[in-house]
Design a protein around this ligand. Structure first.
Ligand code: KIV
Ligand code: ZN
Length: 512
């Protein structure tokens, strides 16, 4: 019988994922995601880049202090200062703390970015790993842009860092350039040409620029890699990273041809995906594999008929295996606190008593206006009421008049830094008037990049959900707002984005 080999899942949603445009998260948000990753039972959580900013440092420290069931990694460049600062945040995780240090090894990066030759790269990598190993035996080294590195040099670097004490060596496809046969070949080459390769775990980290991150990661696993780095919903720099849910479900579903397993409790995947979308405001495309709204929807009659007769005709995995409950429990006006709490918990929200009470009050108010409350409504309530960043700007009240005769006018009352301010402003439409009023009162002049409106569920009583992408205070931020009045939802989204920009400015005072 073929032996099933275990593959470690290294989640980098909170580090590489956070590098997605508009996906920056505050400490509380990161901690929520980390708790969900712990439930999923990922092996390693990369919680951030401690030296990048005070906010990042604090987030890594908090995750290291709080999460007990996973290893916690922090990214550090190959320098003493980065590594020392990294360990300062990671030490709270004790032996579960992992220093992840990296330097680029491709000709193009060495020549143009680092201005270093091969010997200098090897020396710097060795020194960094030794520095990290002075703090912990749990050291990961990444050869940035490994895919575009000359293979004999890559093998030299890998051998050197293992000798210096790296317990994991990561082979990134930093620019998402590889194809599966080539990437599998790189791993095979290292396995065959690095004499001490058995002393370290070989990891892979694939970006998705050509849409091949999952395929490349699977090819690497088949060639001998033992750790896959990935993110929830595949978020990350540019086109994103290898998607956790896709790689994990591919391994689980096709064990017949890939004799590997992970430690993941896959039933928590769907909740993790939703939570991340709620926190970042980055929604999942409907046809996204595993977690997209259509992933388990059978539209064509012939398919529906087949599934009703025998599920496996068109279903290669069950919705339940990712925690998608086919029988969505619908809540309504008469639902009590207990049912509400249970539903939130099954969606992955572990709220404090105080937050649960706040959410329940909001739920009751919504249930008075809306007959049926769906999971999506609950997500919106939690996003709007609980997962809130500290607000320097608060919406107190607003009124908008518009129609086909009069010029649209918005009267908005805000609290800005503790002071109540009111303005009435005309605009080209009700949303324009509202945004202009908010700009006037907040004295900020953001550039609107994108504005979208959607309905959270079906029906004319559905809550409207607005997403606003702004460039404000030097940051590109994404704001969200939900309300049964779409103009109020727009105002909330706009204010949410402004608050995120103000918060990011405060957080990102760099340490160095
Ligand atoms: O894509 C990359 O090369 C990285 C490394 C720092 C691991 O994110
Ligand atoms: Zn990356």
């Amino acid at each position: 019988m073929t032996k099933i080999k275990n593959i470690k899942i290294f989640d980098t949603t909170l580090r590489d994922g956070e590098q997605s445009p508009g996906a920056s998260m505050n400490i509380e948000e990161k901690l929520r995601i980390a708790h969900q990753l712990e439930k999923l039972n990922v092996d390693v959580i990369e919680a951030g880049f401690p030296i990048a900013s005070i906010g990042d440092f604090e987030a890594v420290k908090k995750v290291a202090q709080t999460i007990k069931g996973c290893e916690i990694a922090g990214l550090c460049r190959a320098s003493d200062q980065d590594i020392d600062r990294g360990w300062e945040a990671l030490k709270y995780a004790g032996e579960r703390g992992r220093i992840h240090t990296f330097i680029a090894t491709s000709d193009i990066h060495m020549k143009y970015k680092l201005k270093m030759n091969e010997d200098q790269i090897v020396e710097t990598a060795i020194a960094a790993v030794k520095r990290a190993a002075g703090y912990t035996p749990n050291v990961e080294f990444s050869a940035e842009d490994a895919v575009r590195t000359r293979l004999p040099f890559l093998a030299r670097v890998v051998e050197a860092v293992i000798n210096a004490g790296a317990s994991t060596v990561n082979i990134p496809d930093t620019v998402g350039y590889s194809i599966p046969s080539e990437f599998g070949g790189i791993i095979r080459y290292l396995k065959e040409n690095v004499p001490n390769i058995d002393k370290a775990i070989i990891s892979v980290h694939c970006h998705n620029d050509l849409g091949l991150a999952v395929a490349n990661s699977l090819a690497a696993v088949q060639a001998g890699a033992e750790q896959v780095e990935c993110t929830i919903n595949g978020i990350g720099e540019r086109a994103g990273n290898c998607s956790l849910e896709e790689v994990v479900m591919a391994l689980k579903t096709r064990q017949d041809v890939m004799p590997f397993q992970t430690n993941l409790v896959t039933e928590h995947i769907y909740a993790a995906s939703r939570l991340l979308s709620t926190v970042t405001g980055i929604s999942v495309q409907p046809n996204k594999a595993i977690v997209g709204a259509n992933a388990f929807a059978h539209e064509a009659g012939i398919h529906q008929h087949g599934v009703l007769m025998e599920k496996t005709t068109y279903e290669i995995m069950t919705p339940e295996s990712i925690g998608l409950n086919a029988n969505k429990l619908v809540l309504g006006k008469h639902s009590g606190r207990h049912a509400f709490k249970e539903r939130l918990e099954s969606l992955g929200y572990d709220l404090s008593k105080e937050d649960m009470n706040k959410a329940f009050v909001r739920f009751k108010a919504l249930a008075d206006r809306k007959k049926e409350i769906f999971d999506e409504d609950l997500d919106a309530i939690v996003a709007d009421e609980i997962i809130r960043i500290p607000e320097k700007i608060k919406l107190l009240q607003m009124n908008v008049s518009s129609g086909s005769f009069a010029a649209p006018t918005a009267t908005v009352e805000l609290e800005v830094n503790g002071k109540v301010k009111k303005a009435a402003v005309m605009g080209d439409g009700p949303v324009d008037a509202t945004f202009k009023a908010i700009k006037k009162l907040s004295r900020m002049s953001p550039k609107l990049i994108n504005f979208s409106v959607g309905s959270i569920t079906g029906g004319t009583d559905a809550q409207g959900e607005c997403t606003v992408r702004l460039e404000a205070d030097g940051h590109e931020v994404l704001g969200q707002g939900a309300h049964s009045d779409i103009i109020v939802a727009s105002a909330k989204a706009y204010i949410n984005a402004l608050n995120k920009a103000l918060n990011a400015s405060q957080r990102n005072q760099s340490f160095v």
